[in-house]
Design a protein around this ligand. Sequence first.
Ligand code: AMP
Ligand code: MG
Length: 343
Amino acid sequence: MKEETNYWKINNPTTGDEYIQLASELLKQGEVVAFPTETVYGLGADARNQEAVAKIFKAKGRPSDNPLIVHVANREQMKQYVTQIPDVAHRLIERFTPGPLTIILESNQTLAKNVTAGLSTVGIRIPDHPVALALLQACNLPLAAPSANQSGKPSPTTANHVYEDLNGRIAALLDGGPTSVGVESTVIDCTGEIPVILRPGGITKEDIESLIGPVMVDPGLADESLRPRSPGMKYTHYAPEVPLYLVQGDAQAIQNQIDAFQQKGKKVAVIVSKEYADQLVAPDIQMVGSRNHLEEVARHLYDALRHFKEQDFDVILCESFPYDGVGQAIMNRLTKAATKQIG
Ligand code: AMP
Ligand code: MG
């Protein structure tokens, strides 16, 4: 598509809103529309329409073997696309949806084949965002919606990020302000005996285990020699324009690295917590919140990764965060974004 993307700011997220209605019409006609969710911005299309779904892959440059998450408006609609909902999945749905949790279930094969990339399973979630919910209700369609970025780049957490990546490639973009969670949904496979976390995200392992007891974490997440069970986790992701080095250790360890790179004449950028920022002397520091409030770090992480442009810097040095709670998701994304781990 050559025309400019329609950019619509949503001030009143209800089904009757003029722009929600226009976006809903576009979706019914088989076009793709970007919209905010509580995790990141999504790029939606009618999940029953193979041609519409193909436009998502094309606009993003996404590999066709990477399945899409299907977004629905309510729990009733979740049942329409799966063969059955096991008891654990029921309990997760009751507690955590709407919310940043995607549940993998056996598909009943009623959705377009390219949504699930030929798998027998489908990932479904109910987003917890007024714009996303108003849009889903207005169009009354299941929306296949991956993150609305160019494949490989950090996911978009503002409408501006989407615009940067996809202007002219999609029919419309709904601006609902910055997203609140900032990292993608947790993906949990509930098709087996024991549920398996395939991607850490907005709902933590601790949250899940306090409800349903022990779950497994896909070993492929930690060990690069194993094939991850979530096809998308094998791709390079979240990559900033400037090489990112993930630094183990405290603020002093980061300062030592800053000094060493500067001595070699390198232009250094830094992504750190406010606790570390207070102790550092560096030319360009992006602060992502407190180490003691990792939700804050998650919310600001992708904007920080997108902040530095390749013409301005040689290297980004980034703090390593604790693996507690949403720290799992943060460190999963950072290790994937990193060229190297040092220190
Ligand atoms: P994105 O929507 O860009 O955040 O990516 C969706 C993630 O969910 C990717 O890592 C996909 O591989 C994963 N995913 C979606 N559907 C399935 C499925 N049926 N089985 C396993 N992983 C899935
Ligand atoms: Mg994505």
